[in-house]
Design a protein. Structure first.
Length: 511
């Protein structure tokens, strides 16, 4: 545990030492959004990235061109038996060294969109310089070579150099065109002056290959830029997710603080509210029953009855809020024991029978006999059944009927079903009714409005018992609520062992 976290009991829920936002991530996302809002800035960013990648690849493959030049020089000297290719090799290697020097200087400097455009011009000029060296190779002649062997040798050398340059300059657009345009011009000039068929064929072959490699290098450049764009979008998405996570953590922290403040308020106000309510309920009941003597004005007695009912309603509301708060805070402890759902249902029916008779409502019970006991909290299950029965009696009209069923489920558990023939609940209002403080339109119009916490408490208590709660209702057809306890809470009775003698109960001794 970090030292900045308070060790107090009421602060262990919330870690107030965490930063509210990840400022670095937020700054990166802000810069990314600004970059993505302008297409030109996005292109400049990719050009800068591709320039850096081109310089890296160029420096890493700096030995490819010298090896190719030396190999061509060795083969050409073997065929030509002259030393003119050695001078060309020295010149070509000098041009290549100048390009490598430019790349090294560009790599050592900080690359910005403006400097990327400047270094791109320098690198293209260096490609033109290399192209001049290969143009000199295209103009070479062989006096001792018979036939067209030397023309084929030059064509093969130029094609190898063209393909190597196309692969090496995929990150630098138009590098192939600038680098081998001098070669094409030199071959065209030589073919135009000599009018020889081999020179014209070499020009045609090189022109076709030149156009093809320009197209290929351009497509590879666009593909690489698209890959960088996809990579940038992925990075942007990751940054957005980081910010969303940071905002979610902040919202959760604030919700925990609000929940903690609510718990503190309820803990401090429950005693402050219950103490005066007990006095209000007690004294109003004494005055209503005229224990200390008759009231001179009958209106005062009516007022005391109203005070008593209002105080009782407020006390019930406070108790329900406290119960729901304890359940949400995980402090609602179950005192589990073996109980009978049938007996609890009978007791609860007797408790609401008086209210049902006042509205001429008949409560019918349909239970399966010989149901085994269940392992549950008696007080909680009594509260569940009372809440459901009270709602059924409350919203059933005069002369209605409420049916209570207790039996087996298909999975081996036990259920309690309470069905009424009241006005029902519209389908779109069922989620509202099941939420805390939620009331349907019929409940709002009814004269007997509740707190809207009965069904949420029932759901929470059943969830603590690993049970389920279902509400089925149709407008003007009534409502049915079903509380289910799982099969693992049903206690299966074992047959008595006749051959075993009963163990005599040990007598306790006290010092």
């Amino acid at each position: 545990m970090s030292q900045g976290v308070s060790s107090q009991t009421d602060k262990n829920i919330v870690d107030l030492s965490r930063s509210h936002k990840n400022k670095a991530v937020a700054k990166a996302v802000k810069a990314t959004r600004e970059r993505l809002q302008t297409g030109n800035a996005t292109t400049q960013h990719f050009d800068r990235e591709m320039m850096v990648m081109h310089l890296t690849a160029m420096l890493q493959g700096a030995t490819v061109v010298p090896i190719l030049v030396l190999l061509i020089t060795a083969i050409g000297t073997y065929f030509n038996q002259q030393l003119n290719l050695i001078g060309w090799a020295f010149l070509a290697l000098s041009f290549h060294a100048a390009n490598i020097l430019i790349a090294r200087r560009a790599k050592a400097r900080e690359m910005t969109p403006e400097s990327a455009r400047k270094w791109r011009r320098y690198l293209l000029a260096g490609q033109v310089l290399n192209g001049g060296g290969w143009a000199l190779f295209a103009l070479q002649q062989c006096q001792f070579c018979g036939g067209n062997s030397y023309v084929l040798f030059k064509g093969a050398g130029l094609l190898v150099a063209l393909s190597a340059a196309s692969l090496a300059n995929t990150m630098l657009r138009r590098a192939v065109m600038f680098g081998f345009a001098p070669v094409a011009l030199a071959l065209a000039a030589k073919a135009g002056l000599s009018r020889d068929v081999p020179d014209i064929g070499l020009l045609a072959m090189f022109a076709i290959a030149f156009a093809f490699f320009i197209y290929v290098s351009d497509r590879m450049f666009l593909t690489n830029r698209s890959l960088l764009s996809f990579q940038s979008e992925k990075d942007d998405l990751i940054a957005e997710l980081e910010v969303a996570k940071s905002m979610s953590d902040e919202a959760r922290r604030r919700a925990e603080e609000a929940n903690l403040a609510k718990s503190r308020f309820l803990a401090s106000m429950s005693h402050e509210l219950r103490t005066p309510l007990n006095a209000i309920l007690g004294f109003s009941e004494v005055m209503a029953t005229e224990v200390m003597g008759p009231l001179n004005n009958p209106i005062y007695k009516e007022y005391t009855n109203d005070i008593h009912r209002s105080g009782q309603h407020l006390l019930n509301l406070i108790n329900e809020i406290l119960d729901l708060s304890r359940i949400e805070a995980g402090r609602y402890e179950l005192n589990e024991e073996s109980i009978s759902l049938l007996e609890i249902c009978e007791d609860c029916i007797g408790m609401v029978q008086l209210r049902a008779r006042a509205k001429n409502i008949a409560i019918q019970s349909n239970v399966e006999p010989n149901l085994p006991l269940v392992w549950a909290d008696e007080k909680s299950m009594r509260q569940v059944i009372l809440n459901l029965l009270s709602n059924a009696v409350k919203f059933t009209p005069q002369g209605g009927e409420v049916t209570v069923k207790v039996g087996w489920t298909a999975g081996g558990g036990q259920y309690i079903s309470i069905k009424d023939n009241g006005p029902g609940i519209p389908e779109n209002e069922i989620p509202v009714v099941l939420s805390a403080f939620g009331q349907g339109s019929i409940a709002i119009k009814s004269a007997e409005q509740g707190t809207g916490l009965g069904l949420p408490i029932v759901q929470a208590i059943l969830a603590k018992h690993n049970g389920q709660f279902h509400l089925k209702s149709k407008l003007r057809e009534g409502t049915e609520v079903i509380a289910i306890l799982p099969a693992k809470r049903v206690l299966q009775s074992l047959p008595a062992v006749e051959e075993t003698q009963a163990v005599e109960r040990r007598r306790r001794s006290f010092a």
